[in-house]
Write a protein that binds this ligand. Structure first.
Ligand code: ZN
Length: 497
């Protein structure tokens, strides 16, 4: 530890303690806390958030940063921590605190209006709130704008540096060209006859045992992590030795929990694999696209491959013998990879998933920099679903009202789900050159995969950008070619050839 960094470290420790406390409340509210507690608890959360905000923009921290920089003896990690802090401070300082508070209140109201609109299937309840969220978002992006070409570029930068509208237009253009015809070719065929076997009645206790077994098998360390249940599965961490994942069990759907568990385990391994050096600093965890690359690599590239299930399938059959006892592994693999254009993003299959993201990307971009209005959204949404996926929502609840993101002010986040998929494919290709991934899977050597990812990705957390990770691991920048090749090869072999 460098001496010049000492004062900054004190602030980092305070910020970190506050953010850990906030994470703990967030976790509790999503999992165990009684519903009646929310009103009072949100006051505590509000007070802690304010304390965090004050500490971040305090003159003391800014002075400590100046001193550390002029001391000239910070190491690389300390320099990155300072960069990250400066970015956060800069962003917060530019927004007048009155507007910041108004926006926080607005998004909390917009969230509940979104809920209500979805339940009542009435977009007009939500529209005026969304319009305000969009206006604030544009205003804040205007404050932060430096040399970016458009406001949406500013929003993208918030989540992942180095990705602009220009890059994403190119990526999504190529993806559409490859995926849309592929989906059309497959849709005409029967993709999986065993799919219906995931529906039925499945004992939740058995599901729990099997899901825990899978998480442990992949390498989630239960001495430094827990798995609970929540409405929407997610991962959070207090620090690298207290990582928390959730899944959701449905008595009538066996598939959902298994792949949610594998996905969240992928996130969990990232958090548990952070180095000691970055633990409990602003660099802990991982940036959104890189984090998503790890969960999706485990969920889809690994978790839906035949090699992964070779050593596990017998146990699966024995756990759920009524439905799966007599079905062979190949049928099972077809079933877990079925392709079916659908209306709901979170239930979509691996191949059509990116099309759901592209639709959101195109709409968000036009909302921020184009000339579409909030009131136009339902019509535009339905038109794009018809065009890209050939399906038509019956109502707005299964159309434009399905995602919570925009109500929270998360505009610019969606594209990184798809970018994460492409990063996963690029890293997987590089990993496969060093260790034979399929062979590792077939021989139960999950440790080799975990070790490779820990060494090349997880240990660094947020100390590298997505682009830096890719250059270091694969020798080139972001290249969607690997993802497109992977999808084309996999789905052609499974369903077309
Ligand atoms: Zn995820």
């Amino acid at each position: 530890m460098s001496k010049g960094f000492d004062d900054v470290r004190k602030y980092v420790e305070k910020l970190n303690s506050l953010s850990m406390a906030l994470t703990m409340f967030e976790w509790d509210m999503e999992t165990m806390a009684p519903k009646g507690s929310f009103k009072r608890t949100s006051k505590i959360v509000g007070a802690l958030s304010e304390e965090y905000f004050e500490c971040l923009i305090s003159s003391g921290l800014s002075q400590a940063i100046l001193n550390a920089k002029s001391s000239g003896d910070c190491n690389d990690i300390e320099k990155r921590i300072i960069e990250k802090l400066e970015k956060d401070i800069d962003k917060k300082r530019k927004i007048p605190s009155k507007e910041y508070r108004e926006f926080a209140e607005l998004t909390s109201a917009a969230g509940s209006k979104w809920h209500e609109a979805k339940l009542k299937n009435d977009f007009s309840i939500y529209a005026p709130y969304l319009e305000k969220v969009v206006n604030y978002t544009k205003k804040f992006a205007g404050y932060a704008k430096k040399d970016e070409e458009c406001l949406y570029d500013v929003l993208l930068k918030d989540y992942e540096s180095n990705f602009t509208v220009k890059d994403l237009d190119e990526f999504f253009g190529e993806l559409k060209k490859a995926v849309i015809p592929l989906v059309k070719n497959i849709s005409r065929r029967r993709t999986a006859c065993a799919d219906r076997l995931f529906k039925g009645k499945f004992d939740v206790i058995r599901q729990k045992e099997f899901n825990r077994y899978i998480a442990e098998y992949i390498g989630f360390d239960f001495c430094r992590g827990v798995m609970a249940e929540s409405e929407h599965p997610f991962t959070t961490s207090i620090h690298k030795d207290d990582v928390r994942i959730t899944t959701h069990y449905y008595e009538d759907n066996l598939e959902s929990a298994i792949f949610s568990t594998i996905h969240e385990t992928g996130h969990g391994l990232f958090e548990q694999g952070n180095s000691d050096e970055i633990a409990m600093t602003p660099l802990a965890g991982g940036s959104c696209a890189v984090h998503e690359s790890q969960s999706r690599m485990y969920e889809n590239m690994i978790g839906r491959s035949k090699a992964f299930w070779v050593p596990l399938y017998e146990k699966f059959q024995k756990t759920f013998p009524d439905n799966w006892g007599n079905i062979d592994l190949d049928e099972f693999i077809l079933a877990i990879n079925k392709v079916e254009p659908s209306l709901i993003r979170t239930e979509s299959d691996e191949l059509t998933y990116s099309l759901h993201i592209i639709i959101r990307y195109e709409i968000e971009k036009a909302l921020i920099d184009g000339d579409i209005m909030v009131k136009d959204l339902p019509k535009l949404w339905n038109k794009k679903y018809e065009e890209y996926l050939g399906v038509n929502p019956d109502n707005d609840a299964e159309g434009v009202l399905q995602d919570i993101h925009w109500s929270q002010g998360s505009i610019g986040y969606f594209p990184f789900y798809a970018v994460g998929n492409a990063i996963a494919a690029q890293i997987y290709a590089a990993m496969d050159k060093r260790i034979d991934v399929e062979k590792c899977l077939e021989t139960r050597r999950m440790d080799k995969i975990r070790e490779y990812l820990r060494k090349n990705v997880h240990q660094y957390g947020m100390s590298k950008t997505a682009e830096e990770f890719l250059v270091d691991i694969t020798g080139e920048g972001f290249n969607p070619k690997y993802y497109i090749e992977y999808l084309t090869k996999k789905f052609t072999e499974l369903f077309i050839r």
